[in-house]
Design a protein around this ligand. Structure first.
Ligand code: HEM
Length: 136
């Protein structure tokens, strides 16, 4: 959750009870604005068929089409994630070590395991997986 910095840039809205935030939305002064990264990353205009697993979306030639703030898993601006680079390196190291040695298969279909919003995103049921050693 993030409280957006509020700015004033319209005489009409330059009243103590209102402030304008990015995008031209008028919100009462003191409001807490929440940016849902989950829904932002499912914007069909930016990510067609958003639930489809499609790593090609992030190929250099495709990622140039994603707007500057269209993909912000670590948020953006002065309060973005300080662990971003570490998290990416850690994830690549661990996931590639596992996938080089094991095949992982979900035992439940995607429509059975639903996203549950808490402070972070959780699966609605425990995810059951089958892990098999890869034959090299
Ligand atoms: C995949 C892993 C991670 C994701 C997706 C992630 C995502 C985020 C996001 C979205 C925020 C902004 C929250 C907000 O504005 O309300 C944030 C902030 C933060 N993250 Fe991460 N993070 C990850 C890993 C890490 C790691 C590994 C560390 C530390 C080693 C870390 C430390 C922090 C800190 C200290 C903040 C607060 C920064 C501030 O408020 O100035 N994060 N993270």
């Amino acid at each position: 959750m993030m409280q957006l910095a509020l700015t004033v840039n319209s005489p009409e809205w330059d009243k103590p009870q209102f402030r304008q935030v990015a995008g031209g939305f008028k919100v009462p002064k003191g409001s807490t604005c929440v940016v849902s990264i989950y829904f932002l990353h499912r914007d069909k205009d930016v990510f067609p068929d958003p639930e489809k697993f499609d790593p090609d979306r992030f190929l250099p030639e495709n990622s140039v089409k994603i707007p500057e703030y269209g993909y912000i898993p670590f948020f953006a601006g002065p309060r973005n994630c300080i662990g971003q680079k570490f998290a990416i390196m850690e994830t690549k190291t661990i996931v590639s070590s596992i996938l080089r040695n094991y095949t992982i298969e979900s035992l439940d279909s995607r429509n059975k395991v639903l996203p549950q919003m808490q402070v972070t995103l959780y699966p609605s049921i425990p995810i059951r997986v089958r892990i098999r050693p890869r034959r090299i």
